[in-house]
Design a protein around this ligand. Sequence first.
Ligand code: UT7
Length: 333
Amino acid sequence: MNKIKAVITGVGSYIPKYILTNDELSTMVDTNDEWIMTRIGIKERRILKPEEGLGSSYLGSKAVLNLLEKTNTKPEEIDLLICATVTPDHVFPATANIICDKVGIKNAFSFDVNAGCSGFLFALSVGSKFIETGKCKKVIVLGAEVMSSIVDYTDRSVSPIFGDGSGAVLLEPTTGENGIIDELLEVDGVGRHYLHQKAGGSVKPASHATVDAREHFIYQEGQPVFKWAVSKMADVSDEIMKRNNITADQLAFLVPHQANLRIIDATARRMGLEKEKVMINIQKYGNTTSATLPLCLSDWESQLKKGDYLILSTFGAGFTWGAILLKWGYDSK
Ligand code: UT7
């Protein structure tokens, strides 16, 4: 009998309504549209306004409801839900648990995965194992982020980059051709020094001093992160192609993490891919961390065909990086 594989059978997404443009950002901090477009490639990003009192579970539950509706799936059919996020509603319990409660998923277990911007990719790998072992029949994997809750809008080196959003996929078993074929997941903890949140964890709990020092926001040293990202994302994407004997011609799309257009371009060049085969929506959402990959899949869903080869590829805080090769599971209706 053929081995059981996990195949993506649906995609859902949700983005908040408020659009923060480069022009508006330029009134908040010393920056401009030309710098942001040239150095990063972002025109605008979506923001969940803090006064709404809503968190990542709000965005995540909207994406999951969209997914359940599109795939005609009842909440009680779901066996497992994994939420990738670096901006959980609370330190605990897991945002995944809250999403399950909000959408009526009762017969499942759920947990969060934090692997920085590689969160969705790593969660997809974990979810696929529960399918491949036969333990679960329907698994939801999502990325949900309110990055604006940890962005310092007085810091011009970080504030243009990030945005809020959520995307979710449904995984089901198949013994056919399609589904997740191969994965390469890597980490080097030395990277924690260059991209992290200084306070609010067990090493440095929240205090008046940490708030005064603005240590509850993203701290990033852009250049070392950039150098690592360019080389590692290109390395894994190229390696997963080569070891599966997939040529640039055979690949339908690269689905890259959306951190910087220059990083995406470098990865595509290394793979020998023309621009038409690269999913790029960074200009309208910015870097939504764990949500970038499913938001790409959602935006391109109507163009994807059953049997298309896709490579999903990421780099993020940790450092974490990786790539997944899969064959798309369905023609969109
Ligand atoms: O998803 C997680 C992984 N994260 C990433 O992949 C991010 C990787 N890093 C990057 O994308 C880039 O390093 C940044 C976009 C963060 C920064 O771009 P850069 O080309 O590395 O710029 P830089 O930090 O070297 O700064 C160049 C200049 C500096 O001015 P001087 O010293 O040359 O006079 C900065 O002060 O640009 C200045 N600058 C800005 N100017 C206008 C920095 N931020 C801004 C800004 N607007 N927002």
